[in-house]
Design a protein around this ligand. Structure first.
Ligand code: BGC
Ligand code: NOJ
Length: 795
């Protein structure tokens, strides 16, 4: 079994010890509106605010070889050309190490006695990446070295950049100063922004034209200029502008040279774009270059970044006897929640940054992972999301991050969407106690003048689902529910149609048991909230919830588990009567979390059935047995080969629903087993099998019916992050934020059942030692009060 790396818990880093990982293992940098993706070989790109419209570096998804484009240092030492990150030259290194940390990445390579240590991060204060490289001569001979720093510009719109060549190949423009290269394509017209790549010393040569630097038919692995140790001093006019900066260095034995680069982005006011006709006003860029011009300044900015993450990750920590649990909880799960919040589902190595905007349901669920760290940003996000709702309670399925406007291409009509607004808002309220958010005026579809309070939006959301019921009194599914691929009113036979956007057959009456469970669970929370507010609507919410519970018991129970749905014609989906996909995970998770029929044993039975029919070595699959052919009445779900994605994959996002339900039912060992199966730190899959990063959750792990069960895909941007966080923090470790305090109600095997939690809650700090016992009270309530509290609880 190959190992490609390990955790370094003390420094909150993952250490990659071989560059040829089974898939690029990436990290993210950025905390505000400038973000970067960086792989373990320094591949990737950055953008400001919007990964489609403000893409700064060009990146080739689907390129060969994989992961082409990034920030590359080339080192020419004698006859050898190499990169500290191994790629793109792939010259064998004497030493390689990549450390992905919280918002930064270090890559170190050594060759023939020359060591290159690079640090990449996005500082808190500026829209830029800082690159620091230290070259040390560890040999006993003087070295004459040429260092090239290289990046390739994207012509801003990442989508047209890879399709509209008749235009693009004529538009590229740059400016060159002795220590910086400026990218100003389209700056002459409607763009007020430019990018730059500058160094803290003048370069000895440069290129800005890709062809001159690489050679017409060479790849990044064989740039003709670097191979020859020369520069063409080329100024790009059209074609593909790049920045390649050469530094000629003499290193005595033992000597070290440090160079600092800033890859920045600037927006100028429209009336201050130029310093002379056609010449960029570079004041802001010069300020940025100055801000990182010395090692001392870089150290200070880097220390500030580390302090930012120390603060965020210091709000919830656990000290237990299970290192895999601690490193997941204290570092990687929370970090992934932040990244998922920042990126939604836009930019990863699986999401190309040009497709999906901010999902209505996704963004609401993401809140559950970050509200304890960045409550103010959660508040703003809730208001932004709510503003994309329609007066009838429906909502845009997605909105664009740059404009915050609903996305017309996809529209609305997903049956579950409105309920997630209640989910997100309740999570915010319980964490912060800030009820003022409910009074905030929020428009519909962003139309000024249409504002009603956020509370009213919640009521409209609830009503939308409560009144949109089908023949069995169950919620209409619409285009789809949480499972985007269960398209029951779609009937598509045209391969060129998207299941997500195709016109649905009018009058579709397909119903969803997943939404029914969600409705009951969120309805109970909503009723509790309204009761606290003394709002008279509480009782009608309660009765709608009761009616739904009755409908589920009457029409949604299949004998051993909950049905999944009724199709367009009223046929059962997810029933023992079906030939395939007899059971689905979503309705077991949601109906059991909602505790529907718990008294009659339905939840226990449904969970046992999930274990029996859905559990495999690597987690719980979504449905079983998977569909073996395309069934146009079910839609995209059956388009996937068995064992992948929504057709029998382990869709990690929904595993925590079952785990939470197991915890609620008191099934300690089941909850723990499921949790350790999907949590990568427990290392259930070898690195080669899992393929994707072993430090973050992925959306999907191939299921039992797949060709390679256990293979991971779609790492990083997935609702799995927030849901596993909720699951582990609130249900396994059992620290549940409530309106008036913290409820301690763990569900962890007794052998691990003594641990310490540090929890910041509002403006209070709680240090709690938790001891789980057999036959203890099960739960203990700790009322909220400001200040520091050191407590021991036995449950
Ligand atoms: C995927 C879903 C995803 C949807 C979004 C589908 O192809 O399988 O997971 O939610 O696309 O557009
Ligand atoms: C990923 C989507 O982002 C999410 O909204 C959806 O619920 C899942 N796929 C399941 O289809």
């Amino acid at each position: 079994m190959n190992s490609y790396g390990h955790f370094d818990d003390a420094s909150r880093e993952y250490v990659i010890t071989r560059p040829d990982t089974p898939w690029p293992w990436i990290n993210y940098m950025g905390t505000g509106d400038f973000f970067s993706l960086i792989s373990n070989t320094a591949g990737g790109y950055c953008f400001c605010r919007d990964a489609k419209f403000r893409r700064i570096l060009r990146y080739r998804y689907n390129g060969v070889p994989m992961d082409a484009g990034g920030r590359y240092f080339y080192i020419k030492d004698g006859d050898t050309l190499w990169n500290p990150g191994w790629k793109p030259c792939r010259t064998p290194l004497d030493f390689y190490e990549c450390r992905h940390g919280m918002g930064y990445t270090r890559i170190c390579g050594e060759k023939d006695g020359l060591r290159a240590e690079s640090l990449f991060f996005v500082p808190l204060e500026h829209r830029c990446e800082v690159h620091r490289v230290k070259l040390s001569n560890r040999s006993d001979r003087p070295k004459t070295v040429r260092l090239y720093a290289f990046i390739e510009w994207c012509l801003w719109n990442a989508s047209t950049d890879m399709e509209n060549f008749q235009r693009n190949l004529s538009t590229g423009e740059v400016e060159v100063q002795p220590d910086a290269i400026y990218h100003k394509t389209e700056y002459r017209e409607r763009r007020n922004h430019y990018a730059f790549y500058g160094a803290n010393r003048p370069f000895d040569g440069f290129d800005t034209d890709r062809e001159t630097f690489l050679g017409m038919y060479n790849g990044f692995d064989a740039p003709v200029q670097a191979l020859a140790g020369t520069s063409g001093n080329s100024v790009a006019h059209g074609w593909s502008p790049v920045a390649a900066e050469r530094f000629d260095l003499e290193l005595a034995p033992g000597a070290t040279e440090e160079l600092i680069f800033v890859l920045g982005y600037v927006e100028n006011p429209a009336d201050a774009k130029f310093s002379a006709p056609g010449v960029i006003n570079k004041t802001a860029a010069r300020e940025m270059l100055e801000a990182y011009s010395t090692g001392v300044r870089v150290d200070a900015a880097f220390a500030a970044l580390r302090a930012y993450w120390d603060d965020l990750l210091g709000r919830f920590t656990v000290a237990s006897d299970v290192p895999e649990l601690d490193r997941t909880v204290n570092v990687w799960n929370q970090y992934q929640c932040m990244i998922t919040f920042f990126m939604s589902r836009s930019a990863s190595y699986f999401e190309s940054g040009i497709g999906r905007g901010m999902g209505f349901r996704d963004s609401n669920q993401d809140l559950a992972g970050i509200v304890h760290m960045i409550p103010d940003r959660a508040r703003q996000r809730i208001l932004d999301i709510a503003a994309t709702q329609f007066p009838d309670g429906g909502c845009y399925h997605q909105y664009q991050p740059l404009t915050k406007r609903g996305n017309n291409d996809i529209g609305g009509g997903f049956g579950d969407d409105p309920l997630w607004l209640i989910f997100g808002t309740v999570a915010y309220l319980k964490e912060t106690g800030d009820f003022s958010i409910l009074d905030e005026p929020v428009p519909f579809d962003n139309v000024p003048g249409s504002e009603v309070s956020l509370l009213e939006h919640l009521k409209i959301s609830f009503r939308r689902v409560a009144t949109g019921l089908g023949p069995h009194g169950l919620p209409l599914i619409g285009r789809a529910d949480w499972n985007d691929c269960l398209n029951l009113n779609c009937f598509s036979l045209d391969p060129d149609e998207s299941f997500q956007t195709t016109e649905n057959v009018a009058g579709g009456q397909a119903e969803s048991l997943m939404i029914a469970g969600l409705f009951v669970a969120e309805g109970k929370d909503f009723a509790e909230l309204l009761e606290r507010l003394g709002d008279a609507d509480a009782s009608s919410v309660r009765s709608a919830v009761c009616a739904m519970e009755d409908s589920v018991k009457k029409h949604g129970w299949d004998g051993e588990w909950f049905l999944r749905a009724y199709d367009f014609h009223g046929g059962k989906i997810g029933s023992r009567e079906c030939d395939e996909s007899k059971i689905f995970i979503e309705s077991q998770g949601w109906c059991a979390m909602a505790r529907i029929g718990a008294g009659e044993g339905l939840c226990d039975k449904a969970l046992d059935s999930a274990v029996k029919h859905l559990e495999c070595e690597h987690g719980l699959v979504l449905n079983a047995p998977a569909f073996s052919s395309y069934l146009y009445q079910y839609g995209e779900i059956s388009s996937y080969p068995q064992g992948y994605k929504e057709n029998g994959g382990i869709f990690c996002h929904n595993n925590p629903w079952v785990i939470i339900a197991e915890a609620m039912a008191g099934h300690v060992e089941d909850a723990w087993r499921h949790y350790t199966k999907i949590t990568p730190a427990f290392g259930r899959q070898s690195h080669d099998l899992r393929k994707v990063e072993p430090y973050v959750f992925c959306q999907m792990v191939a299921g039992a019916e797949a060709a390679r069960p256990g293979e991971g895909k779609n790492s990083w941007l997935t609702g799995t992050a927030a849901w596993t966080w909720k699951c582990v923090s609130e249900f396994i470790l059992g620290v549940k934020p409530q309106y008036d305090g913290l409820l301690i109600e763990p569900c962890i095997p007794l052998r691990y059942g003594t641990y310490r939690i540090h929890r910041r809650f509002r403006d209070a700090e709680y240090d709690i030692t938790i001891r789980c016992t057999d036959g203890g009270p099960g739960k203990v309530f700790i009322p909220y009060s400001p200040g520091g509290h050191v407590l021991e609880v036995t449950v």
